[in-house]
Ligand binder design. Structure first.
Ligand SMILES: Cc1cc2nc3c(=O)[nH]c(=O)nc-3n(C[C@H](O)[C@H](O)[C@H](O)COP(=O)(O)O)c2cc1C
Length: 378
């Protein structure tokens, strides 16, 4: 077991004051880890923490409608971490206060995004090129809020500047309550492999919890990385988009059991439940259930019209489909069909027909698609 885990009281994994009941966490993924997806992952079980898509600190401070939407979360996702990006200490501190005001459990700082549009504003991974400035940003945030602030970084900017171990130390000194490391450089983007020996080195260097990230596609990978290295937890990204049951399966394996299998019915129901949740965004929830910040007065209505809502849902299902179908037999056929669907009705029929083609599929899906998923084999 890693140093960071041993340093926590009674073996309970804590990030600052926040206890996690599992060391496996859903990684932040722009465009993917929306509140609907996060809820469905939590319902599968085994996931100790979910992180939102990255949210612009500027957008939060200016009350931009779409930005605020990215930061929304629901009670059942707790503990929830809202990831923000930006490079200006005062704006990041103010954004952190907004996130705290929304009732989030943790604020995460994005120091991993390699995209030029973000990096040129001294944000994302470019903060790793200016460690002193990054420390100023994090100190401003930790001084402004009382909830834990964490930092998600890469191995470094490029092969000549692999500085995650020293950056993690600096972040700890700046008051960060935890760090996550994706073991590739910004230059690597997604090529090569995540360097877990570097992640291990980071975890041994600092006394705050370290989460490792990268290439955990199967539940076995998740369990092995946690066992082999000093990390306190593992962030799962693309593996969860393919297989949202990965956390539950990892938990089962870690307890000495078998990972269990996920049948086509459950896989089909997951997609249908995702559509249902996207469609019910902001409509069928009890007051106080959803947490959001107040938009700027000039921001206008937050409701999408029917046509734009339909387009939005179709696009979201296409985006998830491009990953999810990789975990399915004949997935490329399903992916193509989803990409050609122009309406929600078409999507539903495609999903029904594809998963009905297997033996385990009942003739028709019950209306409340979530229920059958909850009652599934895992
Ligand atoms: C579609 C996509 C979007 C991502 N968006 C973010 C993001 O908003 N913030 C962040 O810190 N990392 C982001 N990442 C990186 C992941 O959190 C993770 O560190 C990386 O994918 C490696 O882990 P994996 O191999 O388990 O996917 C993203 C990754 C993907 C694939």
């Amino acid at each position: 077991m890693g140093l960071a885990v041993e340093s926590t009281a009674n073996g309970v994994l804590k990030i600052g004051s926040v206890s996690l009941d599992s060391p496996y966490a859903l990684a932040p993924m722009a465009g993917m880890t929306d509140t609907a997806f996060r809820r469905l992952v939590k319902r599968r079980g085994g996931c100790g923490l979910v992180v939102t898509e990255m949210v612009s600190s500027e957008g939060l401070v200016r009350g931009i409608d779409r930005t605020l939407e990215y930061a929304e979360y629901t009670e059942e996702e707790r503990p929830v971490s809202i990831q923000i990006f930006g490079g200006d200490p005062a704006t990041m501190a103010e954004a952190a206060q907004i996130v705290e005001g929304m009732g989030a459990d943790i604020i995460d700082v994005n120091m991993g995004c390699p995209v030029r549009k973000i990096a040129k504003h001294r944000a994302g991974c470019s903060l790793m090129r200016t460690p002193e400035h990054a420390a100023t940003v994090v100190s401003a945030m930790t001084g402004a809020v009382s909830i834990p602030v964490t930092v998600k970084m890469r191995a470094g900017w490029d092969d000549d500047h692999v500085n995650a171990p020293t950056m993690a130390g600096l972040m700890e000194q700046s008051g960060a309550a935890g760090v996550a490391v994706h073991g590739r450089t910004a230059k690597q983007s997604y090529t090569g492999r995540s360097d877990w020996s570097l992640i291990d080195e980071v975890a041994r260097r600092v006394s705050i919890p370290v989460f490792g990230s990268g290439d955990c596609v199967a539940p076995e990978d998740v369990v092995e990385r946690l066992k082999e290295t000093a990390v306190a937890g593992v962030l799962v990204g693309r593996g969860a988009l393919r297989n949202p049951w990965i956390f539950k399966q990892a938990a089962r394996l870690a307890q000495g059991g078998t990972k269990g299998s996920v049948g086509p019915t459950e896989r089909g129901c997951f997609l249908l439940a995702y559509i249902d949740l996207l469609l019910s965004e902001g409509t069928s929830e009890a007051r106080g259930f959803r947490h959001h910040a107040t938009p700027a007065p000039e921001a206008g209505t937050r409701r999408r019209g029917a046509a734009s809502c339909e387009r939005w849902v179709v696009n979201k299902v296409r985006a998830l489909g491009s990953w999810y179908t990789k975990g399915v037999d004949n997935g490329s056929r399903l992916r193509k069909a989803i990409n050609h669907a122009g309406s929600i009705n078409e999507l539903r029929i495609i999903i029904h027909e594809f998963f009905e083609a297997t033996e385990e599929m009942p003739l028709a899906f019950p209306k409340a698609t979530h229920e059958i998923v909850e009652a599934g084999s895992l």
